[in-house]
Design a protein. Structure first.
Length: 461
């Protein structure tokens, strides 16, 4: 039903409560960040993820959640579920975050230990601080504040995923096998971020993704480059040519058969602002064509994530028999990730020079997502954002990253409204060294989520 806009001065007591909860939020985020919960046992012990999952489960129990469970998902990881009953007849809201994180990359490049939350220059640094352990703390803070002001006005389900960063699809598979588990009237995904610090933003679109390993073989074994180089086919050189074929001269992604000319309508991303956010070096140009928003929100983008070949230190004068790469393709809304995978696989094989043998193995996939920004839940969130950000109007933007679960949820629950908010604004530098979160954004978005739950409950009465 229609209801009046919330004035910016509304909910001052709730705002004070959220502010008073920030020391607890920082302490708990520090505890969560300390878990090296990279969902890849080849890099970190599985016990780190298990410990983080148990921490989340205990936090939910402490807040009075029922049916708290560690869900063993098909990819070998655990997601954490809990249900908090609200008033009779109230709508149900599902709150999502993930507790697994990206690996820290080069730990020596961090200015403070990656798994030790460290305050510096007004921000809190640590792997997962913004993406997405901070999102979980945001949910908990909003619920705690509401409990001090009359109680949580909706039924709440929380799901904390354990392998989102790996793209292995465990929770999506589990949800499809247990479709009743995550049913909700509205779903709040706490894994995106504002366009910039201080500008309230909901994310309307997500690119999907496909992740493949490419193995190139040319010889039975490495050869001496002096004795055989010049005639023997080098697998590493073949791989480089294959990977280079994925980009046009201007750097645009060129996967044969995959459209790459869509345009973004809406909030634009000024080039100079993007250069600053992306930390592009002076004199280095951006790649691709069209607006920056076209390139990062509406078009496919290929990235070579890693190459298996000898490092420079210790390299021998050899013609290489084999080489391998990990390739990511971001798939924009309007395109199908399965079809994109097929096109990428065909392109990689057809681009092989000299008859080199190419094997392509898919290791991850997620469909793109487009939200319904005209839904009542978005109106409720816009009003809530006015309370948390009284000098700004809520903006709608795209995001170039992927949250594979979103598309699965939209298919399972087509009537559910899905909103995407979070703490991963550009200064957070998620997935990079020195990831951080703005404590001001954590406070404001916790308040916004609390007010949203009040507004949403009112709209359903």
């Amino acid at each position: 039903m229609e209801h009046a806009s919330t004035p910016p001065t509304a909910h001052p007591a709730l705002a004070r409560t959220v502010a008073s909860l920030q020391p607890r939020a920082k302490a708990e985020l520090a505890e969560l960040v300390a878990f090296k919960s990279v969902a890849d046992p080849d890099q970190f012990p599985r016990s780190e993820c298990e410990a983080a999952a148990n921490w989340v489960a205990e936090a939910l129990r402490t807040e009075g959640f029922q049916d708290v469970a560690l869900l063993d998902t098909p990819d070998g990881t655990q997601s954490v579920y809990g249900f908090l009953p609200g008033p009779e007849g109230a709508p149900t809201v599902l709150l999502y975050a993930h507790y697994d994180v990206q690996p820290p990359l080069d730990e020596s490049a961090w200015l403070s230990p990656p798994f030790e939350l460290t305050e510096r220059d007004g921000r809190w640094y640590g792997r997962g601080a913004a993406d997405c352990k901070g999102g979980l703390i945001m949910h908990l803070t909003a619920l705690r504040a509401l409990k001090e002001h009359g109680g949580v006005p909706v039924n709440v389900k929380v799901i904390a995923e354990g392998s989102e960063e790996q793209g292995t699809g465990g929770l999506e598979q589990y949800a499809r096998a247990h479709p009743e588990l995550l049913t909700a009237d509205t779903i709040v995904i706490g894994d995106t971020g504002n366009f910039r610090v201080g500008l309230p933003t909901v994310t309307a679109t997500l690119r999907g993704m496909t992740l493949v390993r490419v193995q190139v073989d040319t010889l039975e074994g490495n050869l001496h480059s002096g004795q055989f180089g010049g005639a023997a086919p080098d697998a590493l050189a073949a791989l480089i040519r294959i990977l280079d074929s994925l980009r046009a001269e201007d750097g645009s992604t060129t996967v044969e058969g995959l459209a790459a000319d869509a345009s973004w309508e809406g909030l634009q991303y000024p080039e100079e602002e993007f250069r600053k956010d992306a930390r592009v070096l002076d004199g280095v140009g951006l790649i691709g064509s069209g607006t920056v928003a076209d390139r990062v929100w509406a078009r496919p983008a290929v990235t070579v994530l890693g190459i298996d070949c000898p490092p420079v230190v210790g390299a021998t004068p050899s013609v290489h028999a084999g080489a391998r790469a990990l390739v990511s393709l971001r798939v924009p809304p309007g395109q199908d990730a399965v079809e994109a995978t097929e096109l990428l696989t065909a392109h990689l094989r057809s681009a092989a020079p000299w008859g080199a043998r190419v094997e392509v193995e898919q290791v991850g996939e997620g469909q793109p997502f487009r939200a319904d920004t005209e839904s009542p839940a978005y109106a409720s969130m816009a009003e809530a954002m006015r309370v948390a950000y009284p000098d700004e109007e809520m903006q709608t933007a795209g995001m170039g990253g992927s949250i594979p679960l979103c598309n699965a949820l939209s298919q399972l629950y087509p009537e559910a409204e899905i909103l995407l908010i979070g703490l991963s604004e550009p200064e957070a530098q998620i997935h990079a060294v020195n990831e951080s979160v703005s404590p001001q954004e954590l406070e404001r978005l916790s308040l916004a989520e609390a007010v949203f739950l009040i507004n949403y409950a009112d709209s359903k009465r």
